[in-house]
Design a protein around this ligand. Structure first.
Ligand code: NAD
Length: 460
């Protein structure tokens, strides 16, 4: 473990401030070089990353490549566009400003803090870092202590390839977070739960530090009758049970048209068998729950409603079978808290109005899924609900599209990132207005006598 003494936190920040002041990070070539270094480092340590995730979450290697190491694709995307994003952009001026020119200069914020969660513990700390580097900042990373093996490998990679006066990792739990939060940063980027998000924002407020909060919530998945059933069940099974359901944008619960409910349940049972076999505990492709505490919380949910698929669990392995639950009450804890595990409640509706009303009666979710080919229904759900993002006829895939800003709304978060949105999140847009000396109209200068009629005319 690379330990950073918590007492050194102030010194690390001071060193980063001094490094930032040298102006080196403002050089686009420097930023591109650092992004290339990061990409190379990730590739070089691919096996160690796979092993860390295997140790933390029993994450299958394929899932580690698809959902963690795949951040290298984001690096390529950013490198390709960085020159263009970082150029000052011309802004238009109205005719009465005819002697002026206006431009918007993106400039780095300074020293930023990135705090990560345990569920995609590599990707969710590195992906914001890509934005921070691209925009020309120095960064301190605080990975989740709960995914301790991944935290260690992140610390090793960063310490080996980057000067701590530029990018540093501080490992540890709540104490480390709080120590960091007591300091002044130029931006705090946090991924985690809504409750902790409030603590982060309160701490940031003391220094007037802007925040990005990537939070969670209960993401609904509506299933209409106008679907390809086989594709639908596979896409739901994958999005819900990848990483054993510990995905912030996993479908939290299904809202199913009554007419198709039985077919959907049969289809889910079939696709689960296809994915993980008769006994998923023996499948090499199925992850485990991160900790005993999280396991116990999830097992408690199994008391709600009626288990119709799965339900088996093995405490010694922190294994919970992919589970589908019917007949839940909206008051059950299962329908009150974010599930964040391999348990899928099903709620039926007879009219889409009921599904929309249920979604709108709850905090705005991070993701909303709709399975339907009916264009009018698609339009209606888009118009009548609000969520961080929407994915139609699939699940989770929206997170992989770099051109789509990713983030929540309301209780599911503040701000967004990925691709250009990451660059913007970690940049200040400096407005610059330039006048020239070839003319100096006197209408705005004192003495004002006799000028009012002209000014009134100009204002229309
Ligand atoms: P968490 O909020 O418990 O922890 C996140 C980070 O905050 C960790 O690094 C932790 O050390 C730190 N932390 C915990 N308590 C703290 C405190 N009191 N003060 C300061 N820092 C503290 O979240 P988690 O359990 O790691 O992750 C699960 C949650 O994150 C879920 O709600 C999930 O939906 C959400 N999440 C959101 C996204 C997204 O992109 N929006 C992605 C992944 C996870």
């Amino acid at each position: 473990m690379i330990t950073t003494e918590l007492s050194n936190v102030g010194e690390i920040i001071q060193n980063q401030r001094e490094f930032f002041q040298t102006g080196k990070t403002k050089d686009i070539t420097f930023r591109i070089e650092q992004l290339k270094t990061l990409k190379q480092a990730i590739i070089e340590h691919g096996q160690a990353i796979v092993e860390a995730l295997q140790a933390d979450l029993h994450k299958p290697e394929v899932e580690t490549y698809i959902t963690e190491i795949s951040v290298v694709k984001e690096i390529d995307y950013v490198i390709k566009h960085l020159q263009n994003w970082s150029k000052p952009k011309k802004a238009s001026v109205s005719w009465d400003f005819f002697s002026y020119s206006a431009r918007i200069y993106p400039e780095p914020l300074g020293v930023v803090l990135i705090i990560g969660p345990w569920n995609y513990p590599f990707q969710l700390i590195i992906s914001p870092l890509i934005g921070a580097i691209a925009a020309g900042n120095c960064a301190i990373l605080k990975p989740s202590e709960i995914a301790s093996h991944t935290s260690d490998i992140v610390a090793k990679i960063i310490a080996k390839h980057f000067d701590p006066a530029y990018i540093a990792v501080v490992e540890g739990g709540v104490e480390a977070s709080q120590k960091l939060l007591a300091e002044k940063f130029d931006h705090i980027f946090f991924t985690g739960g809504t409750a902790v998000g409030k603590i982060i924002m309160a701490a940031a407020a003391k220094h007037l530090t802007p925040v990005t909060l990537e939070l969670g919530g209960k993401s609904p998945c509506i299933v209409d009758t106008d679907i390809n059933l086989e594709h639908t069940v596979r896409r739901i099974t994958w999005g819900k049970f990848i990483n054993a359901g510990q995905t912030c944008i996993a479908p939290d619960y299904l809202l199913v048209n009554k007419k198709i409910k039985k077919d959907l349940i049969d289809g889910l049972a079939k696709s689960l068998k296809e994915f993980y076999g008769d006994n998923p505990i023996n499948s090499p492709d199925y992850a485990r729950i991160i900790s005993q505490k999280h396991f116990d919380r999830l097992v408690d949910f199994l008391k709600d409603g009626e288990v119709i698929i799965g339900g088996e669990n093995q405490p010694s392995e922190r294994y919970i079978a992919p589970t589908v639950i019917d007949n839940v009450s909206l008051e059950d804890p299962l329908m009150q808290e974010e599930i964040f595990g391999p348990i899928l409640p099903i709620i039926e509706y007879t009219d889409i109005v009921e599904a929309i009303a249920l979604i709108n009666s709850r905090p705005k979710p991070l993701a909303l899924y709709l399975f339907s080919q009916d264009k009018n229904l698609q339009k209606r759900v888009l118009q009548e609900t609000s969520s961080g993002g929407v994915c139609i006829n699939d699940t989770v895939m929206q997170v992989g599209v770099s051109s789509l800003p990713f983030g929540g709304v309301g209780d599911s978060g503040i701000g967004n990132y990925h691709g250009k949105a990451s660059f913007d999140t970690f940049s200040h847009k400096k407005s610059v207005l330039k006048n020239s000396f070839w003319l100096d109209l006197k209408w705005r200068y004192a003495p004002y006598e006799g000028k009012l009629p002209l000014i009134k005319k100009l204002l229309g």
